[in-house]
Design a protein around this ligand. Sequence first.
Ligand code: UD1
Length: 359
Amino acid sequence: MTKALLVAGARPNFMKVDPVLRALRAYPRFQMKLVHTGQHYDPAMSDVFFKQLGLPHPDIYLGVGSGTQASQTAKIMVAFEEVVHREQPDLVIVVGDVNSTLAAALVTAKAVVPLAHVEAGLRNFDRTLPEEINRMVTDTLSEILFTTMVEANENLLHEGHPKEQIYFVGNTMIDTLLRHKATAQNLHTLKKLGLSAGKYLLATLHRPHDVDAPENLRAILEALVEAPLPVVFPVHPRTEKVARRAGMDTLLDKAGAMQALGYLDFLSLQMHAALVLTDSGGVQEETTALGVRCLTLRENTERPVTISRGTNRLIGKDPSRIVEEVERAIEEPPVMEEGPPMWDGHAGERIAAVLDRLF
Ligand code: UD1
């Protein structure tokens, strides 16, 4: 019997853990427990994902909530340390690059328990972003590194990780996307929102560098209002708080803002969008898997395969470029690329097979 804890905490983690949990539950030898740190706690940021993905209720809920980088990470560490002491796992699996990932990795390594990182090796070499620090430290502490793209293997080898610890398995976030694509296709999301397929722009925005300075957020929202297409903009609570505090309620409405959406509605909107404008990492990958054009409001990306596949373009952080880049992108022919290697819906199974061999 191998006792394993699988840790999730924030919205983009939930679609990454589901395929791993499903695949490992097929091996009765693995006794799996799902730990939810509570980094994201709003029903729209957490519960709806559990429901729509068919994820079981977490076995352990830490309820840590929001805080500064240090306080949130510290709260998760204290709570997770108790879990590790109580459960005595043989293995801890973390996913992605959020504060929950880092906190659980630190605790696991200090408890001298084997640590596996799903989505290892992504780097944008920009240490001003908290996620880059989370990725680097988590990989340093992990002895089993599951990667989603060839470039990630190269980064890990370059940093001196032994190649025996690196497993190129594909992308569990895309496993989930492929699993739910047909359901999302058949939803009436567009009709409910009065949108026509291929004739709107989908925007998402939550990175501190875009939204925490109200003037920058205002400039982005103004660009959305000017965009030459109807805009639909499901708003992350972080972004909404900044906007409302700075009195941008009317601007939010004009920019197509609506409540954060569940997984299936958002997937449906991505699938049928003319164009997606984002600062998210996961959305860059999902649009690549769907063959939908994406403009990323960042100077760099840790997911270079989305650029080389031709779906994604970095347009920089300056909001004054948005309208021009949107105009340019809608003139271009649609993207017809196949997804990157191993983004085939079976990453979770490959992870389970590796762990079965190792434990
Ligand atoms: C976190 C991740 C980021 C990921 C994003 C997806 C880190 C460092 N960042 O950013 O990589 O792309 O999740 O959403 O881990 N809030 C709520 N309700 C919630 C959750 C958050 O209102 O359920 C608000 C709070 O005001 C909170 C703020 O959002 O202070 C930020 O939440 P936090 O978890 O710190 O980071 P995210 O910006 O969500």
